[in-house]
Design a protein around this ligand. Structure first.
Ligand SMILES: Cc1cc2nc3c(=O)[nH]c(=O)nc-3n(C[C@H](O)[C@H](O)[C@H](O)COP(=O)(O)O)c2cc1C
Length: 196
C-alpha cells in the first residue's frame, strides 16, 4: 500500500498488441469499474519487451527494467489475456518469463493477481487463464480464485462507447476487485507482522 492512506495500486496489462484489441477494451472497462480506493495503472510496456533470452540477464534491456519496477511498485496485478490455440498468447508469456527473474525473488512474488480475458469464441479464455494460474505457481503469486471474468463472443459484449453490455460481467469485475483489494490488504498486514 502506498503512503497516501489505504489506496491500493494495481498494475494492469492486456496481453494483445492488436490496435482494436477486445482485451484492451476489457481492461479499460474494468479499470473504470474499480472501487474508489483502487488506482489502476494501465501499462504500455508490452510492445517494447524483447524476446526473452537468458543471455541478456544481468544486461537486460531498459524496457524490462521498467516493467520490473512498475510491477514491484504495485500492491496487486491485473492481467487481461486473449487466448491463442488454447493457450496464453506468446507476447504475454514472453513478458511474464522476463519478470520471473530473479528466480524465487521475482517482482510477482506474493503479489495478488486478478485474471480476466475476452475472446470472440464461445469458451472465452478459460484455457489461457487456467495456464496463467499454473504459471503463477512458479512465481508464488496469489491469484484470486473466483469469480472468473470470461467474456465470450467479445464482438457482441461491448457497446460503441466500450461499455460492457451484460451487467453480469460488470458484477463479476466488481467482485474480483473486492477480492483483489482484500488480498492486497492481507499481504500488507503480513509484511507489517514480518517486519516487526
Ligand atoms: C491464430 C488464432 C488462434 C486463436 N485461438 C483461439 C483460442 O484458442 N481460443 C479462443 O477463445 N479464441 C481464439 N482466437 C480468437 C481470439 O480470441 C480473437 O482473435 C481475439 O480477438 C484476440 O484478442 P484481442 O482482440 O485482444 O487481440 C484465435 C485467433 C487466432 C488469430
Amino acid at each position: 500500500m502506498n503512503g497516501t492512506g489505504d489506496r491500493v495500486r494495481v498494475w494492469a496489462i492486456a496481453g494483445s498488441l492488436r490496435t482494436d484489441s477486445w482485451n484492451q477494451k476489457l481492461l479499460v472497462a474494468a479499470a473504470a469499474l474499480a472501487p474508489e480506493d483502487v488506482d489502476v495503472h494501465i501499462s504500455d510496456v508490452l510492445p517494447q519487451i524483447p524476446l526473452f533470452n537468458e543471455d541478456l540477464i544481468g544486461n537486460e534491456p531498459a524496457a524490462v527494467g521498467r516493467l520490473r519496477a512498475e510491477v514491484q511498485a504495485a500492491d496487486a496485478v491485473l492481467i487481461v489475456t486473449p487466448e491463442y490455440n488454447g493457450m496464453v498468447p506468446g507476447v504475454l508469456k514472453n513478458l511474464l518469463d522476463w519478470i520471473t527473474f530473479p528466480l524465487f525473488a521475482c517482482a510477482m512474488m506474493d503479489k495478488p493477481v486478478s485474471l480476466m480475458g475476452a475472446s470472440t469464441g464461445k469458451l472465452a479464455t478459460a484455457r489461457a487463464q487456467s495456464g496463467l494460474r499454473q504459471l503463477f505457481v512458479y512465481n508464488r503469486a496469489l491469484v484470486v480464485p473466483s469469480p472468473e471474468v470470461l467474456v465470450n463472443f467479445a464482438h457482441e459484449a461491448f457497446d460503441s462507447k466500450g461499455q460492457l453490455i451484460d451487467p453480469m460481467y460488470r458484477d463479476r469485475i466488481a467482485h474480483q476487485f473486492a477480492y483483489l483489494k482484500k488480498y492486497a490488504r492481507l499481504n500488507t498486514m503480513d509484511e507489517v507482522a514480518l517486519n516487526s
